[in-house]
Design a protein around this ligand. Structure first.
Ligand code: TRP
Length: 369
């Protein structure tokens, strides 16, 4: 069997929000938000990041901040460090240990509480990964081939060929979510196709072998998009990102060099003035104010005044996070213990689920224990 993966069409594979089902997912997310607030105990959330380095402000205001909020509401939270999925980006795979530690430090510094949330890694939870085998049998190659996010990643990756892992990682992600029977997955729009794969796997497994898995739902983030200092998507590899752990001086330098436009009067208008508006938005998020009012305050004082305000707002907002992070970084043993405890918990959950899967699939008699 050949998998015909046409990467030549991938370049224009960016799919519209409508085609991804974003409006429907937004409406559903609003309903879910209400029930989370009314009844947080009904939800188990799974979220995850690839360990590609330190978290930046785009991650923070995009997703991480929301996780802390859900944790504070009393939702049970599983936080996955996707150290197998990150193997699809070969350039970072060699500094994994450091990246994993950085991620744990960032999580703790922003307020993920290991007593209430489980932080764990793919590679330490064999039973999670083992679910990939039966799950792969439930999805067709054509379905994987249609996944717009995978197409996009393939077109963005500078690799000569597409690995089997890259092609199948949405199914691996289904294992990430279903191993702990999470029913709520906070995501950005680009992850909606993956969640659809997870739901399909759950539905088909349940139909074929008996009901075992919930069909998890996407909780779309309402956070507005924060751009990098050059006006494009904030990303470490583009050098336009402000890391949570950056120093105050480094932050000032990055913001000083940020792209603006020729308009002297500062306004908040993301569609026509993306660069200026993203700076305004960053200040507004740190100050917890309406971006229009922040822009109004700066008004005719121009980009230099705006940058001064943004720098001060970011540095002030992040000061306690940075302080906590530096303290925690002193004790590597503590970080290792947190991961060991999280992995232990994740293993217990994964092993219990795998036992149920074996029973459901009638493969348990192949085990002597
Ligand atoms: N794919 C996600 C990303 O690239 C990370 C991730 C891995 C994830 N497994 C997950 C997210 C499960 C949500 C649920 O950022």
């Amino acid at each position: 069997m050949t998998t015909h993966l046409d990467t030549t069409v991938a370049a224009d594979a960016t799919v519209s929000a409508d085609a991804l089902g974003v409006p429907a997912a937004q409406r559903r997310s609003a309903v879910l938000e209400e029930s989370v607030r009314a009844n947080p105990g009904r939800f188990r959330v799974l979220t995850g990041d690839r360990p590609t380095g330190r978290l930046h402000l785009g991650h923070y205001f995009g997703t991480v901040h929301n996780r802390v909020r859900l944790q504070e509401l009393g939702v049970e939270m599983m936080v996955l460090i996707a150290d197998y999925q990150v193997l699809t980006d070969r350039d970072v795979a060699d500094r994994l240990t450091e990246h994993v530690a950085d991620l744990v430090l960032d999580y703790l510094a922003v307020g993920i509480d290991p007593d209430r949330s489980t932080i764990f890694t793919h590679s330490a939870v064999p039973a999670l990964n083992q679910l990939l085998v039966p799950f792969l049998s439930l999805i067709s190659v054509a379905e994987l081939n249609r996944n717009p996010t995978v197409k996009e990643e393939i077109s963005q990756s500078r690799q000569a060929s597409v690995s089997g892992l890259m092609f199948t990682y949405p199914v691996h992600q289904a294992a990430d979510i279903l191993f702990c029977k999470a029913n709520l997955v906070p995501v950005g729009q680009d992850q909606l196709p993956h969640l659809e794969v997870t739901r399909m796997v759950a539905r088909r497994f349940n139909r074929r072998y008996g009901r075992l898995f919930p069909e998890p739902e996407a909780l779309l983030s309402t956070a507005p998009l924060l751009l990098g200092t050059d006006g494009t998507k904030m990303s470490k590899s583009r050098g336009n990102a402000i890391a949570l752990a950056a120093s105050a001086d480094e932050t000032a330098r990055l913001i000083r060099g940020a792209k603006t436009d020729a308009g002297r009067h500062i306004t908040y208008d993301p569609d026509t003035r993306p660069e200026v508006s993203s700076l305004v938005l960053l200040a507004a998020l740190c100050l917890d104010r309406d971006p229009h009012l922040v822009a109004q305050d700066i008004g005719g004082r121009g980009a230099a005044a705006l940058k001064g305000l943004v720098t001060e707002a970011v540095n002030e907002y992040l000061a306690p996070v940075r302080r906590r992070r530096a303290e925690l970084a002193e004790d590597r043993g503590h970080i290792r213990r947190i991961l060991r405890d999280g992995n232990e918990r994740a293993n217990a959950i994964a092993e219990a689920t795998l036992r149920q899967v074996r029973t459901a699939m009638n493969t348990e008699s192949s085990h002597s224990q």
